[in-house]
Design a protein around this ligand. Structure first.
Ligand code: 2F8
Ligand code: CA
Length: 189
């Protein structure tokens, strides 16, 4: 588990404590200051002292191989993480960011996830693993919105118990939970 989580967390590929951002952003953090009120940046350190490391970086939108987008009036962050993992490991990784696999409660939320999506499906925090056909959000929130694709969820081969946003459009499909996919986390900022 730890090795897989480390593999998903590519924040220090330069060996400097700073992220290789693919040339799209500059990480300016060079201070030792940490603690509540300090802004989290992409440096492998819990700058804001909230127990989550690099859960959001305004300076580097690709920290941890995740793309960030603020939602809920700037109080929560969605992270689209592009390093593919099976659903249970993706859920564990979201916990290291201080959140859960994302719940989606509106077409605005769904569009925000879609705006970060890549060319592969992305796990969301919706599952019927406990009881076939009884879908619930792993963060405990209410089921007040769904965006299943036509004909989904179809539980192909009786083995699809985890939901993902499809690569081709913002609709959802159920897939086998052990399939490695991108994933979306949701956490307080
Ligand atoms: O890979 C499993 C996946 O296969 C198809 O989508 C490519 C199924 N779609 C239809 O049958 C329309 C999915 O339901 C299935 O999860
Ligand atoms: Ca399916």
């Amino acid at each position: 588990m730890l090795a897989l989580l480390a593999a998903a967390c590519a924040f220090d590929s330069t060996g400097t404590g700073l992220s290789d951002d693919g040339g799209t952003a500059t990480v300016a953090d060079a201070t030792d200051s940490t603690g509540a009120g300090t802004q989290e940046v992409c440096n492998g350190v819990d700058d804001d002292d909230d127990g989550a490391i690099d859960e959001y970086s305004a300076q580097n939108p690709r920290c941890n191989d995740c793309r960030y987008r603020l939602v809920s009036g700037g109080t929560e962050v969605l992270s689209m993480c592009t390093n593919p993992l099976p659903w249970p490991l993706a859920a564990a990784y979201c916990a290291t960011l201080g959140g859960d696999l994302a719940s989606i409660h509106s077409s605005e939320d769904n569009a925000a996830v879609d705006a970060m999506s890549t060319d592969r499906a992305a796990w969301i925090g919706f599952t019927d693993v406990v009881s076939e056909g009884v879908w619930y959000w792993v963060d405990g929130s209410q089921t007040d919105f769904t965006a299943w694709a036509d004909g989904e969820p179809n539980n192909t081969n009786g083995a699809e118990h985890c939901a993902a946003m499809r690569a081709e459009d913002p609709s959802w499909n159920d897939l086998p939970c052990d399939s490695a996919e991108a994933f979306v986390c949701r956490a307080p900022l």
